[in-house]
Design a protein around this ligand. Structure first.
Ligand code: NAP
Length: 382
């Protein structure tokens, strides 16, 4: 682990409060009682963009980037053709490495470990890593993104890594000149299927409806690809094989009829679920597990905790929209800290309570008029 940057002391609160339950001092000699201004959990376009903005605001951000999946979903994407500024497109990993380096250039510290516990109440939040290190911060930006959705069918877990995969760029090469099935009908499925035609003898896209959800340009490209076949109105009910994938059983969604399709590989590309398991019961999530933010802001239901990227976004889920909300989160965190510092300077006993009392009624505030039951400290609108 790299050495932490000493955080600036806006609130003067260097001692953890009673709401932080993680045993930091014992497990984290390197961190000690340092209280950072912001810790960003997650390292996709949202996390790295938040880091760029926070670093340029001299907040010395710490980014908990993840041990294996640093950089997020784009690390397993090939051509990104719609990120502005790249007329010829750019490879996903190249884009993410550039974002990481840009954040580091301004002083962000990237930690390649997984967060295993978040304590988010009170003026000092804690992030515990899987190596036991505890980071403390006045604000958190959650940008943990989403994980691959699974079909949850017979054979899927057993044959995972033995022909069942969620990443064509990682595993496609192993199925050279073999039959490959891709499941899904969105941009991911089409992108995976198109990529896999480089390797497979045949690639079959299995979709539960009779039209693709994917963007028109990608759908047209896929339908014109001679190496790509489609099984419409079909769902996969089981993945079959002893030590490796040998076939899938498909069910016709219109007639209910079942049939086997021989294949060596099944690539699942059926969307994602938000990675909020560390936050359950700690802040407001919606019924699908996405973090609820207030209005157009990145404020969550807990003061000093902000959220950005796919962990919030049901709808757009683009690298560029994630980057945009990452920027917003850094600005929101910076302004919130400034407001807290102003309140502290005014010799306020309890900054959290007083900040809530100072809620502006200004209608231009992005989060005014939201659910009153949500405890949130609002920006001053400066
Ligand atoms: P998505 O758009 O949510 O599509 C998921 C697909 O999986 C849908 O076709 C859905 O079927 C199907 N599906 C969901 N659950 C299923 C189940 N249990 N069994 C069978 N099929 C199931 O997800 P995505 O393709 O991962 O895309 C997510 C976002 O990223 C989108 O905004 C997309 O545009 C973007 N993206 C962009 C690019 C690019 O531009 N290069 C690449 C990848 C992703 P239904 O259609 O019937 O709902």
């Amino acid at each position: 682990m790299t050495q932490p940057i000493q955080a600036l002391n806006i609130l003067g609160a260097q001692t953890p409060t009673s709401t932080s339950s993680a045993p930091a001092a014992e497990t984290s000699p390197a961190e000690g009682d340092t209280v950072h201004q912001v810790v960003i959990v997650g390292s996709g376009p949202a996390g790295y963009t938040a880091a760029i903005y926070a670093a340029r605001a001299e907040m010395n951000p710490i980014v908990i980037a993840g041990a294996l999946d640093a950089g997020g979903a784009l690390m397993t994407t090939t051509d990104v053709e719609n990120y502005p500024g790249f007329a010829e497109g750019i490879q996903g990993p190249e884009l993410m490495t550039a974002m990481q380096e840009q954040a580091e250039r301004f002083g962000a510290e990237i930690i390649f470990e997984d967060a295993v516990d978040l304590q988010i109440e009170g003026p000092v939040k804690t992030v515990t890593l899987d190596d036991g290190t505890v980071y403390r911060a006045k604000t958190l930006i959650i940008s943990t993104g989403s994980a691959y959705r699974k079909l949850g069918i017979d054979g899927e877990s057993r044959l995972s890594g033995k022909g069942v995969s969620w990443c064509a760029t990682c595993d496609g090469f192993f199925f050279k000149d073999q039959d490959i099935v891709v499941v899904g009908g969105g941009d991911s499925a089409v992108e995976e299927a198109t990529f896999l035609t480089r390797f497979g003898k045949n690639v079959t896209l299995v979709h539960r409806r009779d039209e693709l959800r994917a963007s028109k340009i990608m759908a047209r490209r896929a339908e014109a690809d001679p190496k790509l076949q489609f099984q419409w109105n079909s769902e996969v009910v089981s993945i079959n094989g002893i030590d490796k994938v040998e076939s899938v059983t498909l069910r016709d969604t219109l007639t209910g009829e079942e049939r086997d399709l021989p294949t060596s590989a099944v690539f699942e590309a059926i969307g994602h679920i938000p990675r909020t398991e560390l936050l359950e019961g700690k802040l407001e999530l919606d019924e699908q597990g996405y973090i609820v933010v207030q209005g157009r802001s990145t404020y969550t239901s807990v003061a000093g905790v902000f959220a950005a990227g796919d962990v919030v976004d049901h709808t757009y889920r683009q690298a560029v929209t994630a980057a945009g909300t990452g920027c917003q989160a850094a600005l929101d965190a910076e302004r919130w800290l400034t407001d807290q510092a102003a309140l502290t300077t005014a010799d306020v006993q309890d900054p959290m309570t007083t900040a809530a009392e100072a809620v502006p009624t200004d209608e231009s505030n992005p989060i005014s008029g939201t659910d009153e039951s949500v405890s949130v400290t609002l920006p001053s609108g400066r």
